[in-house]
Design a protein around this ligand. Structure first.
Ligand code: BGC
Length: 450
């Protein structure tokens, strides 16, 4: 079949994303306080090979080189997160000016390179001092988060016009508080649901703060990890399991933000575990936002499984599919299915794909090259489905590859490589993978040949 060129809208923002704990390092420098990930990653057995984010990609020191690399790739936008404990070491109260200075310099450097900053306020590195007060379980955190948002916005809000309050509250709630595989390592489903409510509430409060402080160019949104759900068979119980999975992963977060209510089927299903909510909470959570951020990696295929304690489902790995180094199925049309669903059911004003990307076993070859053809085809396939969504009128305004460079992949440590840029950790040398050169062309041409 002859190749077709899929052209994107002229103002489409091609970007790449990272997060503070995964790349910054410098954990004891510049007045930074401790985060829950500092504590968690140092507990033996929690992270693959005992890795920690103490040094990570040393981006705190190497940010200028990193922005130069972004410029070489031609990125139009860069999504990064602020480390709350770098800015407010105890989580509330005293502000650490040196921490703010770092982000101030980063934003200036990005703007000099003509790269639009997309700032995420919370990408999982909660100040440990707040965890000591109950963390996201304690409702007081909502106010602390709003204060933190104000501090950051006062400093860089004159130059930053895209704000993401939270990254993936599903992960924070459930991996952090029900399954315990992420910091703070709690395993209690009702706490996880309470946490989800406080995350959403703090989002709503931060929307108001960011709108009040910023100028009219300000765009505020939230990022969810969304996946389409499929039943393993057409049996009634598997179909129901898929509905529960969808309720827990997608609707539990989308409905409150866009419809001002938790999904009623899940509310009855969770029974005694449902969160405590106060009058007025739902209207705070559903304050108008300018865009939805969508992180997409794969789909969920589930079957009914009474042995599973809460959602009573288990995951199935379809045969004859390609799997990534994370063991996630490559399912490119899922990005389109998610976009279509979000558009039909929630009609956000705009959508950004705030993360999409893949880990494969990347190796430096003898010529010091990383030939990551599999990543190129993964990205190409997914981008083609984003294009299809745009052609059908869905307002996707930008696409961010996860990730700019290899980094600390949470519980997997440095064993998984998601970057367009290879990081040689012992030397901190950055090496462009073939996919980085390929992405550069995509941006130059504003589209892909497919
Ligand atoms: C997160 C990233 C993470 C990536 C790959 C997303 O869930 O936002 O921090 O590295 O997926 O697992």
């Amino acid at each position: 079949m002859p190749e077709k060129f899929l052209k994107f809208p002229d103002d489409f923002l091609w970007g790449a994303a990272t997060s503070s704990y995964q790349i910054e390092g410098a954990c004891n420098e510049g007045g930074r306080g401790e985060s829950i990930w500092d504590i968690f990653s140092h507990i033996p057995g929690r992270i693959c090979k005992g890795d920690t984010g103490d040094i990570a990609c040393d981006h705190y020191h190497l940010y200028e080189e990193d922005v130069d690399n972004m410029k070489k790739i031609g990125l139009k936008a860069y999504r990064f997160s602020i480390s709350w404990p770098r800015v407010i070491p105890e989580g509330k109260g005293k502000v650490n000016e040196a921490g703010l200075d770092f982000y101030d310099r980063l934003v200036d450097k990005l703007l000099e390179a003509d790269i639009e900053p997309f700032v995420t306020l919370y990408h999982w590195d909660l100040p440990q001092a707040l965890q000591d007060k109950g963390g996201w379980k304690n409702r007081d955190i909502v106010g602390y988060f709003a204060d933190y948002a104000a501090v950051v916005a006062h400093r860089i809000g004159d130059r930053v016009h895209y704000w993401i309050t939270h990254n993936e509250p599903w992960v924070v709630s459930f991996l952090g508080h029900a399954f315990g595989t992420h910091a703070p390592g709690i395993m209690d489903f009702s706490i996880a649901l309470q946490v989800s409510h406080h995350l959403l509430l703090s989002h709503g409060e931060a929307v108001q703060v960011l709108k009040a402080i910023g100028n009219e160019k300000n765009n505020v949104g939230i990022t969810f990890n969304l996946s389409p759900l499929f039943p393993a068979s057409q049996k009634e119980e598997d179909i129901k399991a898929a509905e529960r999975g969808d309720g827990s992963l997608n609707r539990w977060f989308l409905d409150p933000v866009f419809k001002g209510a938790y999904p009623s089927d899940m509310w009855s299903y969770y029974q005694d575990d449902v969160p405590q909510i106060s009058p007025g909470d739902m209207s705070i959570i559903s304050r108008k936002i300018d865009f939805l951020g969508v992180n997409y990696y794969s789909r969920w295929v589930v079957k009914d499984d009474p042995r599973n304690r809460i959602l009573k489902l288990s995951f199935l790995k379809p045969d004859q599919a390609e799997y990534t180094d994370m063991d996630w199925e490559v399912y490119p049309q899922g990005i389109y299915e998610v976009l279509k669903r979000v558009q039909n059911d929630y009609s956000p004003r705009a959508i950004y794909i705030t993360e999409n990307g893949v880990a494969f076993l990347d190796k430096l070859d003898k010529e010091a090259k990383v030939k990551d053809d599999q990543r190129i085809s993964y990205l190409k396939e997914h981008i083609s489905f984003v294009h299809k969504a745009i052609e059908e009128g869905i307002k996707v305004k930008g696409y961010f590859v996860w990730s700019l460079m290899d980094n600390f992949e949470w519980a997997y440590g440095y064993s998984k490589r998601f970057g367009l840029i290879y990081v040689d950790y012992p030397t901190q040398k950055r090496i462009f993978k073939e996919s980085a050169y390929w992405y550069k062309k995509v941006i130059e041409n504003n589209g892909i040949s497919y």
